[in-house]
Design a protein around this ligand. Structure first.
Ligand code: SF4
Length: 221
């Protein structure tokens, strides 16, 4: 087992946040009609991707009926579809779809996961839950030795990454914002590809493509 696999196993066994342990199970017990009868993962969702990743795409939290259902980060919901299409166009994913574990998707030089690995009510983790989950980000980054860029999807991921890194001052979130940490890792911000943002045009496909292409440039050896 590699270091990153060990981190993934530790994530899936975690039950440190009582509210989220209850909610991930509740989401599985009360699925929307379109997923009725489907087995749910209903556990924390580990990161997914290429152990040689130079780019890490960090989201907010596991989606109740996306990753919490399928057991893989950014899989099985409209946000995942948007993100993985863009990653495929950027040469970071082997295919443009992410529907279920075992669907053949491979990430190419990229890793993806969420700051909070369990599904929170209303998609809103508390600061305490965020902090409790941060050691997993630390462990993943340590186990991905080629990492150069952390793409933060949305203001929550951006502020979480700055908090995690102990950055002072903390630059404001903006689409396309960049901040290089003392370690050399570059934080790169994007609007989150949530349906709210994509349906309203706040985030367009060219905007997300531009961020991922910038990530590729920053990640070049
Ligand atoms: S959110 Fe993170 S720390 Fe909390 S129970 Fe889930 S995996 Fe564990």
């Amino acid at each position: 087992m590699t270091g990153i696999e060990a981190v993934g196993r530790a994530v899936t066994e975690c039950s440190r946040c009582p509210r989220l342990v209850a909610w991930r199970a509740e989401a599985a017990r009360t699925p929307p009609a379109r997923f009725a009868g489907e087995p749910y993962w209903a556990r924390p969702v580990p990161g997914f991707g290429d152990p040689a990743a130079r780019i890490y795409v960090l989201g907010l939290a596991t989606a109740a009926h996306g990753g919490n259902r399928t057991g893989r980060a950014f899989t099985g919901n409209p946000t995942a579809a948007w993100l993985v299409r863009s990653m495929h166009r950027a040469g970071l994913a082997s295919q443009p779809t992410s529907e279920r574990r075992g669907d053949g998707l491979r990430l190419l030089g990229a890793w993806m996961g969420s700051a909070v690995r369990c599904a929170p009510p209303g998609n809103r983790p508390t600061p305490a839950e965020r902090d409790t989950c941060l050691p997993f980000l630390t462990a993943e980054v340590a186990a991905l030795p080629r990492l150069r860029v952390l793409v933060c999807l949305g203001a929550f991921a951006w502020t979480t990454a700055l908090h995690w890194a102990g950055a002072r001052p903390r630059p404001r979130f903006a689409h396309g914002a960049e901040h290089r940490l003392e370690s050399g890792l570059v934080l790169l911000a994007s609007y989150h590809p949530s349906q709210q943002n994509t349906n309203t045009g706040l985030l367009t496909e060219p905007m997300l493509d531009a961020v991922l292409h910038r990530a590729r440039t920053l990640a070049e050896p």
